[in-house]
Ligand binder design. Sequence first.
Ligand code: PMP
Length: 417
Amino acid sequence: MTSLSPALKQATPVVVDHALGSWIYGTDGRDYLDFTTGIGVTSTGHCHPKVVAAAREQVGKIIHAQYTTVMHTPLLELTEKLGEVLPSGLDSVFYATSGSEAVEASIRLARMATGRPNIVVFQGGFHGRTVAAASMTTAGTRFSAGFAPLMAGVHMSAFPYAYRYGWDEDAAVAFALQELDYLLQTRTAPNDTAAFLIEPALGDGGYLPTPPAFMEGLRERADTHGIQLIFDEVQAGVGRTGRFWGHQYSSATPDILITAKGIASGFPISAIAASTETMSKAWPGSQGGTYGGNAVAAAAGVATLGVVEEEGLVENSRIRGEQLQGGLEAIQGRFPVIGDVRGRGLMQGIEFTGEDGTPDGATAAAVQQATVDQGLLTLTCGPAGNVIRLIPALVVTAEEISMGLERFEAAVGAVVG
Ligand code: PMP
């Protein structure tokens, strides 16, 4: 009998029958409160009626209007809609299918725009699993071990992980910026450096908001040296953090912005945005792909952005995020095994540590499994797997957050007593 590859590691034993809003209904007859949203993808909740209707309608018109062959209206509409939310000046968009492809497209663009080879990434960043994207991923060796050689020209600098260093945020930022300056003096000269690539909040690397002063320090250095600043908003974008873009907690804006996941509520589509001037440095035909900018996904994207706006989901993310964080902090007070609670909006991380502050991946893994028993789906992240991340749908209600908190606390209690 044929079976699925063991290379796929499933975080829960759940087999989905159907799903709606914040809920997944399993073939086991159980209802699960979904605080994973397919790793931050089903932004408007599962099967939002407007997204379903838009996709259904588009399926009857054209499914695959290959965009290097013929253009289609959903992509033109999505581009117009995106224009309403993109940072000013980023007025040119290229579409792909997955986050990894968009990350790679951003690197191609940065190299063509600057004529320089090297990319600087920051420790703990996750940028995807294709080989080039994995070469820039430092969220854990499991994403690259065993299939080297990776792409050349990638250099890693420090991330201001204040909690882990036991420093305050200012000290962590000063240290990380100093390390970056040192890297530019010792390993990759500014004239060889095409881009800084960073997430506005580390995702798979541990659900750590990037300090605004660090983003601003990168912007300053990028301006000084003519380096492209790329913000990977694949996980943090589209309202996830309580602002439309995760980087909007700082005053820094990117030269290239990458988006995917939440933008189409589960349909595979991704995009990079830059100024027309920058984009025009990429020669025609240098970007593309068979499935990029798929018509059904683009129609779902237009509907998603409409729902985010009409239902005030960015604001809901902020308010429900505060409720979630407040509840988690109260739980932290009752369980010393929780070392840190952090996040912005509906992107919250709970770090499990031993008494001496060392990462405790075993407890986090046991709690994650226990949440499933409680009817709450969660995921772990971080290099040591010791952070549980909560990623509810942006439509989550106050009652669902309360229920999630109760179930989470019951799971922690079941593991640590
Ligand atoms: N960048 C970030 C910040 C991500 O979180 C992810 C996916 N977790 C990716 C890139 C890669 O996206 P995909 O899995 O769609 O290739």
